[in-house]
Design a protein around this ligand. Structure first.
Ligand code: ZN
Length: 207
């Protein structure tokens, strides 16, 4: 896997060893839900650039059409346009499947509602998805590699999502998600994403 850092998703590998020391004092149990920060391959980088250039047709609503928010999965390059009609649970779960094993699990629909609300609040037309479902096998692999991922991560239950809104201040997005009190909220300024899950209400900051 390419380890070249991207402007939007810098690898935190050199920092991982120091993560524990860098966590803020108020952070609770950060080690339980720290992220893998796998970095994106060149293919994913290309897909993202393509999406950013508007190369994906779903991104351009026709005149008069209702506003569309597009979810971009940075690992698969897939785009899921959100319209007013509900997204079928199967579609949602497929979209957030484990990119490493291709396995899927029923993803919590409240996370989709959260993305809708966040996009509406910040008038965002694009949501970048960094992580959704993580198969337990993949999670274990990341742990063995020394990545600080939780043993029983909410990602392995289909209860967590890592995302950002391009062009929206991450700190503002974090405040918004915290105010929702949906569950756990992790702040990853270095990798530029917010983790949200539907587990117990708690929060942490990584570096
Ligand atoms: Zn996460």
């Amino acid at each position: 896997m390419a380890r070249r850092a991207l402007p939007g998703l810098r690898l935190a590998l050199p920092g991982l060893a120091l993560l524990g020391a860098l966590l803020l004092p108020s952070v609770a149990r950060a080690d339980e839900e720290a992220e893998e920060d796998e970095g994106l391959s060149k293919k994913q980088e290309w897909l993202r650039d393509k999406a950013d250039r508007g190369g994906i047709r779903a991104h351009r609503p026709a005149r008069g059409a209702e506003p569309v928010v597009s979810l971009h999965n940075l690992w698969t390059g897939e785009v899921l346009p959100l319209r007013r009609a509900p997204v079928q649970p199967e579609r949602w779960s497929l979209f957030l499947r484990c990119h490493h094993t291709n396995q899927r699990i029923e993803m919590d629909g409240r996370l989709l509602d959260l993305l809708r609300r966040a996009a509406a609040r910040f008038h965002a037309s694009v949501v970048h998805i960094i992580s959704g479902f993580r198969a337990p096998k993949y999670n274990l692999m990341l742990r063995k590699k020394g990545r600080q991922v939780a043993r029983d991560s909410q990602h392995t239950h289909g209860h967590a999502i890592d995302f950002r809104l391009p062009g929206v201040q991450l700190a503002a997005l974090r405040r918004f998600v915290l105010a929702q009190r949906l569950g756990g909220v992790g702040y990853y300024p270095r990798s530029e994403f917010v983790h949200a899950d539907t587990g117990p209400v708690r929060s942490w900051v990584a570096e």
